[in-house]
Design a protein. Structure first.
Length: 709
């Protein structure tokens, strides 16, 4: 705080000078020339004092200016890491932890904390010598490390060879750096979880399509099977090694059933439980009300509710239907199925978690709202109708969807025309921050965008029908922006999670003067007329199979709109008039056994004198503009993207497997992977961790990275 204020400096002057200064001012409300001069001095004194205070703050990493951080790091021998976009703009935290890490060098606790800090992924460190089958010294018996396996310990058997393995193994001679060797005296394993566990909050159960009893439901609002994930509990103590409850793993029927039974047998109601069921945990059921009331653990049963088939392969029911009695609720965390003991035990709401590789498409994660003053704002929640509110904002405004419920409606999104030089209308329909509403349409959804109008859809999941922007009689432009949206590939899903109509378009653009932009979206095939413009950024375009049509003017393969694509994964064939720019994108396509006449290449661009394809995976036989650093190439002629899953709804949807060639996994222009996960900088995270492990491992130890997801 500045101690030399203008008032204090002025008060230090003799009274005679202050009186003369006031007389020169003439007006008591104005400052005299001497007082104004001292005010200028005070400002300079304040700047000087602030500079002196900052010099003191710059002695400490917690309070120093950003530019000082690398200098303090240099004093202690800190080695900088490769930047991860905006995720690692300052190494302040790492410099602050350097001394503490060096004091605990080589310990499992320190390595686990280091791995999580460097990569941002949940981590677990394992000292593999603890899992070696050895002859024990009788004066130092380790009861926690028996040489033989207890076959009655179901939990240990299910976790065998994983991150939380507790079964002894014989020694391995391979080095862990290769990702193969594990169990040996000098070996350390760092297990990492790359998949995210995202929530869906207070959503109603979705009835099973083939059920006539009123007892069978799905947790997935799309009415399909969904693998549930654990909501990882934070570790409360720095001296605590991660346990299964701290890892965002897929939930298991057998392990969760054991944990729930143990919780039900616990006498203390407030005891700490690790059963993943309950308010604030991985899964909880509610009975509707104000507020909703959680269903107690005593009423739930973990069941294997897989399909039972007859001799012809037809589904005749779910397993264990008879064992779930009235007054209880059975659920299957591996399939996301719920079985009520009696229809009267419903209706229920559920909060649960699912796995995904990246925060794209609709989801309950923080999103940046549309910029600018939209004007008229309306709100829909609790299952209310959209169309009436949409009609109120057709001349500009915003409609906010306030929850994660399912809205069964087929609205028409209308933006009125403008005349003359009037400002074009902008209509925004957006999910409230950290919600994921589902619009379950009964058919095609019409986008009635007027001349020079603009429509923005943000954070929505849309199923049941495609979005169609019809052709208009005028030549005025229209703009459509989809941000963080999911247009369900295949329109809807079957009960087993497969698409109902694979290859059917999710977005149809028929107006030749339309400009369409998709950011961080998951959509099915796009059909757009030749003269439109389409820009895709951080998206998955999923035609259901590499031989289906992902981007064209029609199913026959006529050339589509002008295309600009960056950091995307496109599953299916592409035929476009002009590919202005393709960057860091995977075009995963093939012609199929009997291609149509127009399909002479999996990626076909008509005008090849313009545009550029750079740092992309381009399938063999494609006809494109000039290429730059694309795969396959001379150094990797057989490189092929290998995906964990290409089915929407699976946890590893769109994720590249570790077996994929490095020319793809680290082939982007920023040395990150090609495809929709480019922005995650996964190769840089791995490289940074290996760099730090070399620095913090004790002499003689060897560390390997093992990806649990």
């Amino acid at each position: 705080m500045n101690s030399l204020t203008p008032e204090r400096l002025y008060s230090l002057l003799p009274t005679l000078h202050r009186l003369r200064d006031a007389a020169l001012a003439g007006d008591p409300a104005k400052a005299g020339p001497l007082q104004a001069l001292l005010a200028a001095f005070a400002r300079e004194f304040a700047t000087l004092e602030e500079s002196v205070d900052q010099l003191y703050d710059d002695q400490f990493i917690e309070t120093c200016a950003e530019w000082v951080t690398p200098y303090i790091g240099d004093l202690i021998g800190y080695r900088p890491l490769r930047g991860l976009g905006t995720e690692l703009t300052s190494p302040r935290a790492e410099v602050a932890d350097t001394i503490a890490f060096r004091r605990r060098k080589g310990t499992a606790l320190m390595l686990e904390e280091l791995a999580q800090d460097v990569t941002g992924w949940p981590a677990h460190a394992v000292e593999f010598f603890e899992q070696l089958a050895t002859t024990q010294y009788m004066k130092h018996i380790r009861l926690h490390a028996p040489a033989t396996c207890n076959l009655r310990d179901t939990a240990a058997l299910f976790r065998r060879d994983g991150a939380f393995n507790s079964i002894a193994h014989t020694a391995e001679m391979r080095r862990p750096e290769t990702g193969a060797g594990r169990y040996n005296i000098p070996n350390i394993g760092i297990f990492l979880w790359r998949l995210l566990s995202l929530s869906l909050t207070a959503v109603p159960l979705t009835p099973d399509a083939g059920d006539a009893t009123g007892r069978k439901f799905h947790l997935n609002p799309l009415g399909a099977d969904m693998r549930l994930f654990r909501f990882a509990q934070a570790e409360s103590d720095i001296s605590h090694l991660a346990e299964p409850i701290n890892a965002p793993e897929p939930l298991s029927v057998r392990l969760m059933a054991m944990a729930v039974r143990a919780a039900q047998a616990t006498a203390q109601p407030n005891a700490r439980r690790e059963d993943d069921y309950g308010d604030g945990e991985s899964l909880v059921f509610f009975t509707p009300g104000t507020p909703p009331i959680p269903v107690p653990t005593a009423k739930v049963r973990v069941c294997d509710l897989r399909d039972i088939l007859d001799g012809g392969g037809n589904v005749i029911g779910w397993a264990h239907e008879a064992q779930v009695t009235a007054g209880t609720i059975g659920f299957d965390p591996e399939r996301g199925r719920v079985l009520l003991g009696n229809p009267a035990d419903g209706p229920l709401l559920a909060t649960f978690h699912y796995g995904t590789a990246r925060q794209i498409g609709g989801g309950e994660y923080p999103r940046v709202p549309a910029a600018g003053d939209i004007g008229n704002e309306q709100t829909v929640d609790a299952g209310g109708a959209w169309q009436a509110k949409l009609n109120l904002i057709r001349t500009g405004g915003r409609l906010i969807i306030g929850d994660s419920l399912t809205y069964r409606e087929t609205p028409t999104f209308v933006v009125d025309d403008v005349t003359g030089d009037a400002t074009p209308h902008h209509v925004v329909v957006a999910a409230h921050d950290q919600t994921r509403p589902l619009l379950a349409a009964g058919g095609e959804i019409t986008l009635d965008i007027g001349a020079r109008g603009r429509l923005t859809l943000d954070g929505l999941v849309i199923s049941g029908g495609a979005l169609r922007l019809a052709a208009f009689a005028d030549v005025e432009p229209r703009e459509l922006l989809l941000r963080d949206c999911t247009l369900v590939p295949g329109l809807t899903l079957n009960g087993d999670g497969s698409p109902t109509s694979p290859g059917e378009p999710s977005l149809i653009i028929e107006h030749p003067f339309a400009k369409v932009t998709l950011e961080r979206c998951i959509v099915g095939p796009i059909r757009a007329v030749t003269d439109a413009e389409v820009t895709l950024t951080d998206c998955i375009i999923d035609a259901g199979a590499p031989a289906n049509v992902a981007f064209a003017a029609d199913a026959a393969g006529s050339p589509c709109a002008e295309l600009t694509v960056a950091q995307c994964t496109v599953i299916g064939k592409v035929h476009t008039k002009l590919l202005k720019l393709a960057s860091n994108t995977i075009f995963f396509a093939e012609l199929g056994p009997k291609p149509a006449e127009k399909w002479i290449a999996p990626l076909l661009v008509q005008r090849r004198q313009e545009g550029c394809v750079r740092f992309c995976y381009v399938p063999a036989g494609s006809i494109t503009p000039r290429r730059f650093h694309c795969v396959p190439n001379d150094t990797a002629p057989t490189a092929l993207p290998l995906f964990t899953s290409l089915r929407y709804g699976d946890p590893g949807y769109g994720q590249l497997r570790r077996a994929t060639s490095l020319t793809i996994r680290a082939g982007g222009d920023n040395d990150s992977e090609i495809g929709v996960l480019n922005a995650l900088f996964q190769p840089q995270r791995e490289a940074n961790l290996r760099l730090r492990l070399d620095e913090y491992l004790r002499f003689g130890l060897h560390a390997g990275l093992f990806f649990a997801s």
